[in-house]
Design a protein around this ligand. Sequence first.
Ligand SMILES: NC(=O)c1ccc[n+]([C@@H]2O[C@H](COP(=O)([O-])OP(=O)(O)OC[C@H]3O[C@@H](n4cnc5c(N)ncnc54)[C@H](O)[C@@H]3O)[C@@H](O)[C@H]2O)c1
Length: 286
Amino acid sequence: MSEIKNVTVVGAGTMGSQIALQTALAGRYRVTLVDAVPGQLDRARAQNRKLVDRAVEKGRLTKEQADDTLGRIIDSDDLEAAAKGADLVIEAVIEEYDTKKSVFTALGNASRKDAILASNSSTIAISRLADLTGNAARCCNMHFFHPVTVMQLCEVVRGPKTSDATVNAATEFVRTIDRTPVVLNKEIWGFIVNRILFAASEEAMHLLEGGYASAEDIDTAVQKGLNWPMGPFHLLDFSGLDIFYGAMKDRHRQGEGGDAPEVLRKLVENGNLGRKTGKGFFEYPK
Ligand SMILES: NC(=O)c1ccc[n+]([C@@H]2O[C@H](COP(=O)([O-])OP(=O)(O)OC[C@H]3O[C@@H](n4cnc5c(N)ncnc54)[C@H](O)[C@@H]3O)[C@@H](O)[C@H]2O)c1
Protein backbone atom coordinates (compact mmCIF):
# COMPACT_ATOMS: atom_id res chain seq x y z
CA MET A 1 0.00 0.00 0.00
CA SER A 2 1.60 3.29 -1.05
CA GLU A 3 1.84 6.46 1.03
CA ILE A 4 -1.30 8.57 0.79
CA LYS A 5 -0.68 11.74 -1.23
CA ASN A 6 -3.68 12.03 -3.53
CA VAL A 7 -7.17 11.89 -2.05
CA THR A 8 -10.35 11.80 -4.13
CA VAL A 9 -13.68 12.64 -2.50
CA VAL A 10 -16.77 11.57 -4.48
CA GLY A 11 -19.89 13.68 -3.83
CA ALA A 12 -19.58 17.40 -3.14
CA GLY A 13 -22.64 17.76 -0.92
CA THR A 14 -22.88 18.53 2.80
CA MET A 15 -20.31 15.92 3.82
CA GLY A 16 -18.05 15.51 0.79
CA SER A 17 -17.32 19.22 0.41
CA GLN A 18 -16.17 19.48 4.05
CA ILE A 19 -14.24 16.18 4.00
CA ALA A 20 -12.35 17.65 1.02
CA LEU A 21 -11.78 20.92 2.91
CA GLN A 22 -10.61 19.23 6.12
CA THR A 23 -8.20 17.09 4.04
CA ALA A 24 -6.87 20.13 2.17
CA LEU A 25 -6.37 22.01 5.47
CA ALA A 26 -3.75 19.41 6.46
CA GLY A 27 -1.53 20.95 3.80
CA ARG A 28 0.01 17.68 2.64
CA TYR A 29 -2.62 16.20 0.29
CA ARG A 30 -3.76 16.94 -3.23
CA VAL A 31 -7.54 16.62 -3.17
CA THR A 32 -9.88 15.97 -6.07
CA LEU A 33 -13.55 16.62 -5.39
CA VAL A 34 -15.99 14.91 -7.76
CA ASP A 35 -19.69 15.52 -8.32
CA ALA A 36 -22.05 14.42 -11.06
CA VAL A 37 -24.65 17.19 -10.70
CA PRO A 38 -23.98 20.41 -12.67
CA GLY A 39 -23.36 23.41 -10.41
CA GLN A 40 -22.71 21.37 -7.26
CA LEU A 41 -18.93 21.78 -7.37
CA ASP A 42 -19.36 25.56 -7.64
CA ARG A 43 -21.72 25.54 -4.65
CA ALA A 44 -19.24 23.43 -2.66
CA ARG A 45 -16.39 25.81 -3.52
CA ALA A 46 -18.47 28.83 -2.50
CA GLN A 47 -19.37 27.19 0.85
CA ASN A 48 -15.77 26.22 1.50
CA ARG A 49 -14.68 29.79 0.60
CA LYS A 50 -17.06 31.09 3.30
CA LEU A 51 -15.65 28.64 5.86
CA VAL A 52 -12.01 29.56 5.23
CA ASP A 53 -12.84 33.29 5.10
CA ARG A 54 -14.48 32.97 8.53
CA ALA A 55 -11.34 31.20 9.81
CA VAL A 56 -9.27 34.12 8.51
CA GLU A 57 -11.56 36.64 10.28
CA LYS A 58 -11.14 34.70 13.51
CA GLY A 59 -7.36 34.58 13.11
CA ARG A 60 -7.18 30.78 12.75
CA LEU A 61 -5.80 30.95 9.18
CA THR A 62 -3.87 33.58 7.26
CA LYS A 63 -5.33 34.79 3.96
CA GLU A 64 -2.50 32.99 2.18
CA GLN A 65 -3.21 29.67 4.01
CA ALA A 66 -6.90 30.00 3.14
CA ASP A 67 -6.15 30.54 -0.56
CA ASP A 68 -3.58 27.71 -0.60
CA THR A 69 -6.08 25.35 1.05
CA LEU A 70 -8.76 25.98 -1.57
CA GLY A 71 -6.06 25.80 -4.26
CA ARG A 72 -5.29 22.22 -3.21
CA ILE A 73 -8.86 21.13 -4.09
CA ILE A 74 -9.33 20.30 -7.75
CA ASP A 75 -12.91 20.02 -9.02
CA SER A 76 -13.84 17.20 -11.37
CA ASP A 77 -16.93 15.72 -12.99
CA ASP A 78 -14.96 12.71 -14.25
CA LEU A 79 -15.09 9.96 -11.62
CA GLU A 80 -12.87 7.52 -13.52
CA ALA A 81 -10.07 10.03 -14.17
CA ALA A 82 -10.22 11.19 -10.52
CA ALA A 83 -10.09 7.60 -9.26
CA LYS A 84 -7.06 6.69 -11.40
CA GLY A 85 -4.62 8.97 -9.59
CA ALA A 86 -5.94 8.43 -6.05
CA ASP A 87 -4.24 6.67 -3.13
CA LEU A 88 -7.43 7.04 -1.07
CA VAL A 89 -11.00 7.55 -2.29
CA ILE A 90 -13.73 8.64 0.13
CA GLU A 91 -17.22 8.18 -1.25
CA ALA A 92 -19.83 10.64 0.09
CA VAL A 93 -22.64 10.49 -2.51
CA ILE A 94 -26.33 10.42 -1.57
CA GLU A 95 -27.48 7.69 0.80
CA GLU A 96 -28.92 5.48 -1.94
CA TYR A 97 -27.65 1.93 -2.36
CA ASP A 98 -27.87 1.81 -6.18
CA THR A 99 -25.92 5.07 -6.53
CA LYS A 100 -23.20 3.84 -4.17
CA LYS A 101 -23.11 0.50 -6.02
CA SER A 102 -22.44 2.23 -9.34
CA VAL A 103 -19.75 4.43 -7.77
CA PHE A 104 -17.96 1.46 -6.17
CA THR A 105 -18.14 -0.54 -9.41
CA ALA A 106 -16.57 2.38 -11.28
CA LEU A 107 -13.93 2.79 -8.54
CA GLY A 108 -13.07 -0.91 -8.78
CA ASN A 109 -12.52 -0.58 -12.53
CA ALA A 110 -10.64 2.71 -12.54
CA SER A 111 -8.61 2.93 -9.35
CA ARG A 112 -5.16 1.49 -8.68
CA LYS A 113 -5.38 -1.98 -7.13
CA ASP A 114 -3.77 -0.82 -3.88
CA ALA A 115 -5.83 2.36 -3.42
CA ILE A 116 -8.03 2.47 -0.32
CA LEU A 117 -11.74 2.83 -1.06
CA ALA A 118 -13.86 4.13 1.80
CA SER A 119 -17.54 4.96 2.16
CA ASN A 120 -18.80 7.73 4.44
CA SER A 121 -22.26 6.12 4.56
CA SER A 122 -24.09 6.24 7.89
CA THR A 123 -26.10 3.06 7.28
CA ILE A 124 -24.64 1.11 4.34
CA ALA A 125 -21.92 -1.17 5.65
CA ILE A 126 -18.86 -1.65 3.45
CA SER A 127 -19.53 -5.40 3.08
CA ARG A 128 -22.46 -4.46 0.78
CA LEU A 129 -20.09 -2.56 -1.56
CA ALA A 130 -16.60 -4.00 -1.18
CA ASP A 131 -16.95 -7.07 -3.44
CA LEU A 132 -17.93 -4.80 -6.37
CA THR A 133 -14.36 -3.46 -6.41
CA GLY A 134 -12.60 -6.79 -6.98
CA ASN A 135 -10.47 -6.26 -3.87
CA ALA A 136 -12.54 -6.09 -0.69
CA ALA A 137 -9.43 -6.04 1.53
CA ARG A 138 -8.78 -2.37 0.70
CA CYS A 139 -12.34 -1.20 1.48
CA CYS A 140 -13.76 0.18 4.74
CA ASN A 141 -16.26 2.72 6.05
CA MET A 142 -14.89 6.08 7.17
CA HIS A 143 -17.84 7.72 8.90
CA PHE A 144 -17.31 11.41 9.53
CA PHE A 145 -19.78 13.62 11.39
CA HIS A 146 -21.53 16.82 10.38
CA PRO A 147 -20.09 19.48 10.26
CA VAL A 148 -16.77 17.80 9.48
CA THR A 149 -14.72 20.93 10.14
CA VAL A 150 -16.13 21.07 13.69
CA MET A 151 -16.86 17.47 14.70
CA GLN A 152 -13.69 15.61 15.67
CA LEU A 153 -14.77 12.01 15.26
CA CYS A 154 -14.38 9.56 12.39
CA GLU A 155 -15.53 5.96 12.87
CA VAL A 156 -13.34 3.59 10.82
CA VAL A 157 -15.32 0.42 10.26
CA ARG A 158 -13.77 -2.89 9.32
CA GLY A 159 -15.79 -5.11 6.98
CA PRO A 160 -15.39 -8.89 7.12
CA LYS A 161 -12.68 -8.77 4.43
CA THR A 162 -10.95 -5.47 5.29
CA SER A 163 -7.20 -5.89 5.81
CA ASP A 164 -5.26 -4.65 8.83
CA ALA A 165 -3.19 -2.49 6.45
CA THR A 166 -6.36 -0.72 5.26
CA VAL A 167 -7.60 -0.06 8.80
CA ASN A 168 -4.17 1.21 9.88
CA ALA A 169 -3.79 3.48 6.85
CA ALA A 170 -7.33 4.86 7.26
CA THR A 171 -6.90 5.61 10.99
CA GLU A 172 -3.50 7.20 10.37
CA PHE A 173 -4.98 9.35 7.59
CA VAL A 174 -7.76 10.54 9.94
CA ARG A 175 -5.14 11.62 12.49
CA THR A 176 -3.20 13.56 9.85
CA ILE A 177 -6.27 15.65 9.02
CA ASP A 178 -6.66 16.52 12.69
CA ARG A 179 -9.69 14.31 13.40
CA THR A 180 -9.96 11.50 15.94
CA PRO A 181 -10.36 7.94 14.64
CA VAL A 182 -12.07 5.08 16.47
CA VAL A 183 -12.14 1.55 15.04
CA LEU A 184 -15.24 -0.62 14.91
CA ASN A 185 -13.82 -4.13 14.58
CA LYS A 186 -17.03 -5.75 13.33
CA GLU A 187 -19.79 -4.20 11.28
CA ILE A 188 -23.05 -3.49 13.08
CA TRP A 189 -25.97 -1.29 12.02
CA GLY A 190 -25.47 2.33 13.13
CA PHE A 191 -21.81 1.81 14.08
CA ILE A 192 -21.06 3.17 17.59
CA VAL A 193 -22.37 6.70 17.86
CA ASN A 194 -25.71 6.27 16.10
CA ARG A 195 -26.51 3.11 18.08
CA ILE A 196 -26.00 4.97 21.34
CA LEU A 197 -27.87 8.02 20.05
CA PHE A 198 -30.76 5.84 18.84
CA ALA A 199 -30.99 3.94 22.12
CA ALA A 200 -31.13 7.21 24.10
CA SER A 201 -33.57 8.87 21.67
CA GLU A 202 -35.91 5.87 21.66
CA GLU A 203 -35.94 5.78 25.44
CA ALA A 204 -36.66 9.53 25.53
CA MET A 205 -39.64 9.04 23.15
CA HIS A 206 -40.83 6.06 25.20
CA LEU A 207 -40.88 8.22 28.34
CA LEU A 208 -42.69 11.00 26.48
CA GLU A 209 -45.32 8.69 24.92
CA GLY A 210 -45.95 7.01 28.28
CA GLY A 211 -46.66 10.40 29.87
CA TYR A 212 -43.78 9.99 32.32
CA ALA A 213 -42.31 13.44 31.66
CA SER A 214 -42.47 16.34 29.18
CA ALA A 215 -40.01 16.69 26.30
CA GLU A 216 -38.67 19.82 27.99
CA ASP A 217 -38.01 18.02 31.29
CA ILE A 218 -36.50 14.94 29.63
CA ASP A 219 -34.08 17.23 27.75
CA THR A 220 -33.24 19.15 30.92
CA ALA A 221 -32.64 15.87 32.78
CA VAL A 222 -30.23 14.59 30.12
CA GLN A 223 -28.49 17.95 29.77
CA LYS A 224 -28.00 18.59 33.47
CA GLY A 225 -27.72 14.97 34.64
CA LEU A 226 -25.51 13.52 31.91
CA ASN A 227 -23.83 16.73 30.81
CA TRP A 228 -24.91 16.40 27.17
CA PRO A 229 -24.67 19.77 25.39
CA MET A 230 -28.33 19.37 24.34
CA GLY A 231 -31.10 16.93 25.22
CA PRO A 232 -32.33 14.20 22.82
CA PHE A 233 -35.44 16.09 21.63
CA HIS A 234 -33.55 19.26 20.79
CA LEU A 235 -30.94 17.13 19.04
CA LEU A 236 -33.62 15.30 17.02
CA ASP A 237 -35.21 18.61 16.00
CA PHE A 238 -31.79 20.00 15.06
CA SER A 239 -30.84 16.98 12.91
CA GLY A 240 -34.22 16.76 11.14
CA LEU A 241 -36.93 14.31 12.20
CA ASP A 242 -37.30 12.95 8.64
CA ILE A 243 -33.63 11.89 8.59
CA PHE A 244 -33.99 10.13 11.93
CA TYR A 245 -37.31 8.54 10.96
CA GLY A 246 -35.83 7.25 7.66
CA ALA A 247 -32.84 5.78 9.49
CA MET A 248 -35.12 4.04 12.02
CA LYS A 249 -37.19 2.55 9.20
CA ASP A 250 -33.99 1.37 7.51
CA ARG A 251 -32.76 -0.20 10.73
CA HIS A 252 -36.09 -2.04 11.14
CA ARG A 253 -35.94 -3.30 7.52
CA GLN A 254 -32.45 -4.64 8.19
CA GLY A 255 -33.86 -6.67 11.10
CA GLU A 256 -32.48 -4.50 13.91
CA GLY A 257 -34.58 -2.84 16.62
CA GLY A 258 -38.24 -1.91 16.62
CA ASP A 259 -40.21 0.33 14.26
CA ALA A 260 -40.18 4.12 14.69
CA PRO A 261 -42.26 5.36 17.68
CA GLU A 262 -45.78 6.74 16.96
CA VAL A 263 -44.93 10.20 18.22
CA LEU A 264 -42.13 10.47 15.66
CA ARG A 265 -44.21 9.00 12.81
CA LYS A 266 -47.04 11.49 13.43
CA LEU A 267 -44.72 14.49 13.49
CA VAL A 268 -43.05 13.45 10.23
CA GLU A 269 -46.34 12.64 8.47
CA ASN A 270 -47.66 16.09 9.42
CA GLY A 271 -44.57 17.75 7.95
CA ASN A 272 -43.19 18.78 11.34
CA LEU A 273 -39.56 17.93 10.71
CA GLY A 274 -37.88 19.95 13.45
CA ARG A 275 -35.97 23.20 13.31
CA LYS A 276 -35.97 23.36 9.49
CA THR A 277 -39.80 23.51 9.31
CA GLY A 278 -40.24 25.62 12.45
CA LYS A 279 -41.85 22.79 14.47
CA GLY A 280 -40.84 19.34 15.72
CA PHE A 281 -40.89 18.28 19.35
CA PHE A 282 -40.53 22.02 20.07
CA GLU A 283 -41.56 25.17 18.20
CA TYR A 284 -39.05 27.48 16.53
CA PRO A 285 -40.72 30.80 15.74
CA LYS A 286 -39.07 32.60 12.81
N1 LIG B 1 -25.44 14.82 6.37
C1 LIG B 1 -24.98 14.22 7.47
O1 LIG B 1 -25.19 14.71 8.60
C2 LIG B 1 -24.16 12.97 7.35
C3 LIG B 1 -23.34 12.59 8.45
C4 LIG B 1 -22.53 11.44 8.33
C5 LIG B 1 -22.56 10.70 7.15
N2 LIG B 1 -23.37 11.07 6.13
C6 LIG B 1 -23.33 10.26 4.89
O2 LIG B 1 -22.61 10.98 3.90
C7 LIG B 1 -23.11 10.68 2.60
C8 LIG B 1 -23.44 11.99 1.90
O3 LIG B 1 -24.41 12.66 2.65
P1 LIG B 1 -24.67 14.23 2.43
O4 LIG B 1 -25.52 14.67 3.54
O5 LIG B 1 -23.38 14.93 2.12
O6 LIG B 1 -25.55 14.19 1.08
P2 LIG B 1 -25.81 15.38 0.04
O7 LIG B 1 -27.10 15.04 -0.63
O8 LIG B 1 -25.62 16.70 0.67
O9 LIG B 1 -24.62 15.20 -1.02
C9 LIG B 1 -24.51 14.12 -1.90
C10 LIG B 1 -23.79 14.58 -3.15
O10 LIG B 1 -23.55 13.44 -3.99
C11 LIG B 1 -23.68 13.88 -5.33
N3 LIG B 1 -23.87 12.70 -6.19
C12 LIG B 1 -24.98 11.94 -6.33
N4 LIG B 1 -24.72 10.93 -7.18
C13 LIG B 1 -23.42 11.04 -7.56
C14 LIG B 1 -22.57 10.29 -8.41
N5 LIG B 1 -23.01 9.20 -9.05
N6 LIG B 1 -21.28 10.69 -8.55
C15 LIG B 1 -20.83 11.80 -7.91
N7 LIG B 1 -21.61 12.56 -7.09
C16 LIG B 1 -22.87 12.18 -6.93
C17 LIG B 1 -24.86 14.83 -5.30
O11 LIG B 1 -24.86 15.68 -6.43
C18 LIG B 1 -24.61 15.59 -3.99
O12 LIG B 1 -23.83 16.75 -4.21
C19 LIG B 1 -24.29 9.74 2.82
O13 LIG B 1 -23.88 8.42 2.62
C20 LIG B 1 -24.69 9.96 4.28
O14 LIG B 1 -25.22 8.80 4.89
C21 LIG B 1 -24.15 12.19 6.19
